[in-house]
Design a protein around this ligand. Structure first.
Ligand SMILES: C[S@@+](CC[C@H](N)C(=O)[O-])C[C@H]1O[C@@H](n2cnc3c(N)ncnc32)[C@H](O)[C@@H]1O
Length: 301
């Protein structure tokens, strides 16, 4: 078993997404939605296609795909119930829309905005679908968070039809700014100072978004990369409070750590962040962040 796929790590990740769910879509000025739109454009879903969205979260990708494949069906799967409930709420999936049993709904329920999409609690590593069910599998910003990325890619490969497409986006962390590098490097010592022992994924995951690494991972999983594009977004926080709030949404470790600090330690952290930003020398570098993504479409060989 992948050492990253311990129950403790899975709980930590799902707990993080459960807690940030209400803020996910608005984070960093709605950046997740823009990445989802780029992913869907590159994936080019077509009328009648059957689609699986792995790690669907709040359904950003699934809801963009649904009108393009209609009457084809879209299934969005995730382990975070809070993320899924936002995905369902966006669908207008109220009591009237739930009359039809989940898997028996053939997409003709008029009470729904996107009647051809279903959201299900399911692990990416253990899909219940039959082999060769889907034309397209999408995986928006999910690979690095999955308990077992290799097993999840094997499952995506299994459920795709021959020649089917896998479309994914992945954060490219090597394009982080110096300010981000400095901040994230300080997190582990900060946790130690507060006697917090938090589970972490292996550092090799931070390289998943490198184009050559992703191409190699996909190749090993039986996919051939067709199109690959990059997307760079970024901005600047005004001060240490805004910076730490933003970075808390960046992943389970910063979130848990920052939220665990009481007001006094939080003030201390912000003073340290101010000093770290000043140490960068160039005021233009202070509080500057980049969020870069690689977006790729690969075919099942
Ligand atoms: C960064 S979010 C991406 C959401 C959405 N796909 C998007 O593009 O915005 C990653 C999602 O993966 C889900 N996830 C993490 N581990 C998972 C697993 N083993 N199986 C299924 N989903 C998982 C999380 O709950 C979270 O909703």
């Amino acid at each position: 078993m992948d050492p990253d796929s311990s129950d403790e790590m899975v709980d930590h990740v799902v707990d993080f997404f459960d807690r940030i769910a209400p803020h996910y879509d608005a984070w960093a000025g709605g950046q997740h939605g823009r990445v989802a739109a780029r992913l869907v454009d590159l994936a080019a879903p077509a009328k009648n296609e059957q689609v699986l969205d792995v790690g669907t979260g709040t359904g950003l990708v699934a809801h963009l795909v649904a009108p393009r494949v209609k009457p084809g069906l879209v299934f969005g799967i995730d382990l975070s119930e809070n993320m899924l409930s936002i995905a369902r709420a966006r669908q207008g999936d109220g009591p009237k829309a739930r009359v039809l049993p989940a898997l028996g709904d053939r997409g003709d329920n008029p009470a729904r905005k996107n009647p051809n999409v279903q959201f299900l609690g399911m692990a990416a590593e253990h899909l219940v679908f039959r082999p060769e069910t889907f034309d397209l599998v999408t995986m928006g910003q999910a690979l690095a968070y999955l308990a077992d990325p290799t097993q999840a890619l094997a499952e995506a490969h299994r459920v795709l039809r021959p020649g089917g497409r896998l479309a994914m986006s992945c954060q490219r962390r090597s394009l982080n700014t110096r300010a981000q590098d400095l901040f994230f490097q300080g997190l582990a010592p900060l946790a130690r100072r507060h006697y917090l022992s938090l589970p972490r994924y292996s550092s090799e995951r931070s390289r998943f978004g490198e184009p050559d690494v992703l191409t190699q991972i996909l190749g090993a999983a039986g996919f051939e990369v067709g199109r690959l594009t990059e997307m760079v977004t970024g901005g600047r926080a005004n001060d240490a409070r805004e910076w730490t709030e933003l970075m808390a949404g960046a992943g389970p470790l910063p979130y848990t750590l920052i939220r665990a600090l009481g007001p006094r330690y939080r003030n201390e952290l912000e003073a340290e962040v101010e000093a770290a930003m000043a140490s960068l020398g160039d005021p233009d570098d202070a509080f500057r962040y980049h969020h870069s993504y690689v977006v790729v479409v690969a075919r099942k060989r």
